[in-house]
Ligand binder design. Structure first.
Ligand SMILES: [Zn+2]
Length: 348
């Protein structure tokens, strides 16, 4: 069974002016799932864990910004008086989800949180990205570190947001205990400009970082092919005890912030495959990252709850087909990823 973690404090992270990353994102999700989901509150013992990932100077800087009213800390990312509480409880939701899953109470959890996290590294901007991309604390990364200190020895992070999780990659680049796998739009065409095939990790972490950069207009059929040929085989071979998912709904065709062409069918495929891994993993914790179309956020989140609860689902969108010229590029990306990752994994 899947449980949801949410707190109204997330609404108090408020933009100074119109902004795509706004409180309406999570209110539409909660409204769409409240009749079928068990909703719990986050934990509040988070500071100790935030400091295991982020530099103390960075955390001080954020706390200081929260005291300054409504401010932009870079061209994309804002902080408001309620941000520090919201960002801490966003971390707290992931920790609560992990507690529930490791305690055996739930086998999946969905942290409906904001601000998002995967673009932020140890000290803020990651891998020379121009901004923090709306992120304050790296919720998923802190969750992974928390799990590693609670009896888990291997964590896989699957990032299906349309953007590369440069912060998460940076944090675990030399860590073999955390496998980071990201499917994202080609970094040459979108923020944050990172996430290339050759980034495989370094030192002991070499082989535990997998990037699948997809050309603009990649649709369901090509996305599922990349999952089948690269992503599932690597995750299965890694044999994680816990899977964390950086769940961004911005790869959907109706989301204007990116240029991928997924329908909810691709998301449903991801959810079903992860559901089928439960038993071999202690659980799957989904953490909201991006996704800026209210309708997609609502329907996608409801679909997640339904699939993880083994309910029947109806998807009122057809499977999207990739244009042949784009498909040829996807095929060549998949070949390149396999050629690089074959050094570390058994790939056909
Ligand atoms: Zn995104």
């Amino acid at each position: 069974m899947i449980g949801v973690i949410y707190d109204n404090a997330y609404l108090e992270h408020r933009p100074p002016r119109n902004h795509v990353e706004n409180p309406g994102r999570v209110t539409s999700i909660i409204k769409a799932i409240s009749d079928i989901a068990i909703i719990e509150r986050p934990v509040n013992y988070v500071d100790e864990w935030i400091l295991k990932v982020h530099d103390p100077d960075y955390v001080r800087q954020i706390d200081k910004a929260c005291g300054m009213g409504y401010v932009f800390i870079d061209a994309d990312t804002y902080v408001s008086p309620g941000t520090c509480k919201a960002a801490r409880l966003a971390v707290g939701a992931v920790l609560r989800g992990i507690d529930k899953v490791l305690g055996g109470e739930w086998n999946a959890a969905y942290a409906v949180v904001r601000p998002p996290g995967h673009h932020v590294g140890r000290g803020g901007r990651a891998l020379m990205a121009p901004t923090q991309g709306f992120c304050v604390f790296n919720n998923v990364a802190i969750g992974a570190v928390y799990a590693l200190k609670h009896g888990i020895s291997k964590v896989a992070i699957l990032d299906v947001d349309a953007h590369h999780g440069n912060g998460t990659q940076e944090i675990f680049y030399e860590d073999p205990r955390v496998l980071y796998v990201s499917l994202h739009q080609d970094p040459l065409t979108i923020y944050p400009g990172t996430g290339f095939i050759d980034d495989v990790g370094e030192g002991e972490g070499e082989g535990f970082n997998v990037n699948v950069p997809l050309p603009p207009f990649t649709a369901d059929d090509a996305y599922m092919k990349a999952l089948d040929k690269v992503v599932w085989p690597i995750i299965e071979e890694f044999r994680p005890q816990l899977i964390l998912v950086s769940l961004g709904f911005d790869a959907h065709m109706l989301d204007n912030i990116a240029n991928l062409r997924l329908s909810l069918n691709a998301y449903a495929y991801v959810f079903r495959r992860l559901r089928d891994m439960i038993g071999r993993v202690k659980g799957v914790v989904f953490v909201l990252e991006g996704g800026y179309n209210g309708d997609v956020l609502s329907k996608g989140s409801r679909l997640l709850i339904e699939i993880m609860s083994n309910r029947d689902v109806k998807i009122d969108e057809g499977v999207t087909q990739t244009d042949p010229r784009v498909m040829a590029r996807v095929d060549s990306v998949i070949r390149d990823v396999i050629n690089v990752q074959r050094n570390y994994w058994h790939l056909a």
